[in-house]
Design a protein around this ligand. Structure first.
Ligand code: SF4
Length: 228
């Protein structure tokens, strides 16, 4: 399968030294402790309480990284990523691509663009989209995770994650394509998806559903080719 060329991250990160695996495990533990103690957005008055998700995310050696938008209220109350409805939908997508039932939590590194529940959207159902300032504050954590975990394949879920990894583009233009991205001194393949939240209506459009089906087929192809 041909890739659509290399996309250099729209958000250049600082160079992060490559460590041996043992050093990377220690560095990841340090990073997760830093994330756990971060209260930057609460101090900036953007969220009432910073409760970053930092546990149960994954391990050094996970070959797939899943990048969502931000924890939902379920994640806020039960700090395990993708433990709510979005996780159930995502597990269904992985199953459709031929993965076993435990793959999401047993073999994928789970992260998000921001790490604290942003609160509910005032105008509509669902959670508030993190602001550009929140994304900027949280960005170094994602860069360091990419540099330490060094995933081969990244599943970008939803418009915010797709924009962060590929730059601005309509979901319909990128879901169903494969990109190779260079970021945090690491090169990896990105498969974009819509967000698996039940709030998203993007998949109700038959044309978008066709893009999604193509993305599942591409994910299945990646699994078969690379033995994920
Ligand atoms: S969203 Fe990120 S930067 Fe903001 S408080 Fe939570 S961990 Fe810190």
């Amino acid at each position: 399968m041909a890739l659509l060329g290399v996309t250099v991250s729209p958000f250049p990160s600082k160079s992060i030294p490559l460590l041996p695996a043992g050093g990377r495990e220690a560095a990841l533990a340090t990073l997760q402790a830093e994330i756990a103690s971060c209260a930057a957005c609460a101090l900036a008055g953007r969220i009432p309480e910073a409760r970053p998700i930092h546990r149960g995310k994954g391990r050094i050696g996970d070959r797939i990284m899943v990048v969502g938008q931000a924890p939902g209220v379920t994640g806020h109350e039960h700090p395990r990523p993708f433990s709510g409805a979005a996780g159930r939908t995502l597990r269904g997508w992985l199953t459709a691509a031929g993965f076993d039932a435990g793959a999401l939590h047993d073999r994928c590194y789970l992260t998000s663009i921001t790490r604290c529940f942003p609160g509910s959207s005032g105008a509509s159902k669902g959670d508030r989209m993190p602001t550009a300032a929140e994304v900027t504050r949280c960005r170094p954590f994602l860069d360091r995770e990419l540099a330490l975990v060094r995933p081969e394949l990244v599943l970008a879920l939803g418009r915010l994650a797709v924009t962060e990894l590929l730059g601005p583009a309509p979901l319909a233009a990128v879901v169903g394509t494969v990109r190779e991205v260079e970021r945090a001194d690491h090169r990896f393949v990105v498969l974009p998806f819509s967000h698996p939240s039940g709030i998203s209506r993007w998949l109700n459009d038959p044309a978008n559903r066709a893009h999604h089906d193509r993305a599942i087929a591409l994910l299945a192809g990646q699994r078969q080719r690379h033995g994920y």
